[in-house]
Design a protein around this ligand. Sequence first.
Ligand SMILES: Cc1ncc(COP(=O)(O)O)c(C=O)c1O
Length: 382
Amino acid sequence: MPNELVHRTIPQIVPYLDEQDAAAVLQTLQNNWITEGPQSALFVDALRQLIDVPYGVLAPNGTMALSLGLMALGIGPGDEVLVPDITFAGSATAVLMVGAMPVFVEVEPDTFQIDMDRAAEGLSARTRAIMPVHLYGTACDMEAVDRFARQHGLFVIEDAAQGIGVRHRGKHVGSFGDVGCFSFFADKTITTGEGGFVACRDEALYQRLCLLRNQGRMERGSFVHPAVGFNFRMTDMQAAIGVSQLRKLDDIIGWKQLLWSVYEEGLSDLTEIRVVGAAPHSTHVPFRCVLIAERADELQAFLAEHGVQTRSFFYPLHRQPCFTPENSRTLPARPGASTAYAHADYGFERGLCLPLYPTLGIDNVQYMVRKIRSFYRPATTI
Ligand SMILES: Cc1ncc(COP(=O)(O)O)c(C=O)c1O
């Protein structure tokens, strides 16, 4: 991996784009084929092989990939979808986009993935689907999700926006559910700027995805529309970057794992901190270096003073100003508890995401480790 110069301003994320990515875009421009075409077909094939699914379609971004998947499964007004309380808002707004209602489910306290022991609390007669979100570079417990979905007759829409390269019991995330949705936004493990993908295993569902994403037609160039559909397409420039990025995926994953191990080795003895790692039976393609830290707000301010951009955890969805009782459903607190989402609240109050991206140098990680150590152990010489 290219080594960023050691410097004292470390952004939260720097996308990793190189000459090969630039050449790939230039080639599409020179070929004069900029809408979905040969590069898009190659990108879809490469993604299908990686994720190991028979079918898949591109989408403009991860949020629209989720909406497209929900729509193809027939989820819409009057339906409810179980969504973990800690995730990016896009998981829930994708549900709203198809007219359905997100219902927030508590997360488990070790890895902050959806807590399948608590999912039943969100069920109602209107529940049609569950959306496990593979968060921060590891996987949800997909056996438990699958059991629950079968028991209650629910569809499974995997939000694998952050999950490229992540495997649960050897299987790539996004290949378990009825649909698995990915994002290629600039901060993801591979990026196309904006971009998304819907993986699926069922041919009839694939046909519906194709119709919905392309104005109700299987092909372009015809003005006869057998079904109602929309425009969820990408461009060949973006797909060309995606193909080029996928060629580097193993190196990117290796580098991210190495950076994470430098953080982990440097911080694991601090009792004030827990470095959040992989969930059981899952590999780890760190999305960020996620900490549960005492005095997380103060640590964040301290690191900012020293040129390090961090991010808090995602704001729990049950606390988001945009999600109201009219457009979402929160659960009542359990007897004796002040909130139904104690783990999500705990994660938000103590969670901190440290920079971890392919162009980040080891020296910079060592610098951040030294700064964090000095925050908790001011006497340490740095
Ligand atoms: C967990 C999760 N879901 C959904 C999305 C939405 O993806 P996009 O930004 O490509 O729409 C993101 C993006 O950050 C995400 O992290």
